[in-house]
Write a protein that binds this ligand. Structure first.
Ligand code: 13P
Length: 338
């Protein structure tokens, strides 16, 4: 099977100097197109769902569909919760089957962010699920139905090196999202990433680094960011906008069209095209090729190569009652200590 948690996947990316693309899923239709893009690029991929997008789908239905689709293919796939906002959401996501979760406590004061992230790590790690934390504040908007207002990053919210070091040490996160001039949604003007800060954080913290707000960043800057230690890149707004643009073109070229599935297909094909291009730029294309030895947890039927560096524990596990018991205990002890 090709399910993997974030920790094992990003550690491989770190060692092999590439980044894994993390693309937001907002309905069932995305699953096949994103996975097909990864298969065609021979690349690992992260399918993620942001908490702000829960309104579009039922987690209990879509996550099992993502897991089933991932198990059938040879490329490694991580199913990740993006920007989880509370411990309750973290538990809900783990129970739904995510192999990885993000707790985003960046809106809280540092001490509170550390305390809640630490609890998230305690809950998730007990069942082999990885945790991404955020330090500094990325800002901007993860788009939904409205057009987002272009944003400029605020320097005062950039990640501070010492805080990042302390955050990783205190919380035990598996990956760290940092603010270095990146914002969600559209950028006001040209993005200017603080590469000096990125190198300093990379040298100071032990975990793989994550770049949110991929839409609008140039290919050249992506490659530089990857060369300086970015191992996961979140990308959504531009692929959504490209799909809407393609649908508009199709409708104006074919004003008589009444077939909804054909309209949707045009948009989804555009998403697949954008994702394939991003995977190539992030350096993960052909990482599943024999000479790259990244077969991770693919089944032996679909792939005969085994990377000895990847542990069997990278496979996802059954959570059930155990998760519920542990989560209740941790949440109740956390509430008492508050
Ligand atoms: P963009 O929508 O700006 O590409 O950012 C996506 C993201 O970071 C999701 O967490």
């Amino acid at each position: 099977m090709a399910l993997i948690n974030l920790k094992d996947l990003l550690n491989h990316a770190k060692e092999n100097k590439y980044a894994v693309g993390a693309f937001n899923v907002t309905n069932l239709g995305f699953i096949d197109y994103l996975i097909d893009a990864a298969i065609e690029e021979n690349s690992p991929i992260i399918l993620q769902i942001a908490e702000v997008h829960f309104k579009y789908m039922n987690l209990e239905e879509i996550v099992p569909a993502m897991i089933n689709a991932s198990k059938k293919v040879g490329v490694p796939i991580c199913i990740h919760l993006d920007h989880g906002q509370s411990l309750e959401t973290i538990v809900k996501a783990i129970r739904a089957g995510f192999t990885s979760v993000m707790f985003d406590g960046s809106k809280y004061p540092l001490e509170e962010n550390i305390a809640i992230t630490k609890e998230a790590v305690k809950i998730a790690s007990s069942v082999g699920v990885s945790v991404e934390g955020e330090i500094g504040y990325i800002g901007g908007e993860v788009i939904s139905e409205d057009s987002p207002t272009p944003q400029s990053p605020k320097k005062e919210f950039f990640t501070r090196v010492e805080e990042a070091v302390n955050f990783c040490k205190e919380t035990g996160v598996d990956a760290l999202a940092i603010a270095i001039g990146n914002v969600h949604g559209f950028y006001k003007g040209k993005p200017a990433l603080d590469f000096e800060r990125l190198s300093q954080i990379r040298d100071a913290v032990p975990v793989p680094l994550v770049l949110h707000g991929g839409s609008g960043i140039s290919d050249e800057d992506f490659k530089k960011a990857v060369s300086l230690g970015i191992c996961k890149i979140n990308f959504y707004t531009a692929m959504s906008a490209a799909a809407v643009k393609r649908v508009r073109e199709y409708l104006s070229e074919n004003p008589g069209v009444v077939s909804y599935p054909d309209v949707v297909k045009k948009g989804m094909e555009e998403i697949k095209k954008v994702v394939r291009e991003r995977l190539a730029v992030f350096g993960s294309s052909n990482m599943c090729a024999p000479e790259k030895t990244i077969c991770i947890s693919c089944s032996e039927e679909s792939c005969n190569l085994v990377d000895p560096k990847m542990r069997p524990a990278s496979r996802t596990i059954l959570y059930g009652d155990l998760v519920e018991k542990i989560s209740k205990e941790v949440i109740s002890s956390f509430s008492k200590n508050k």
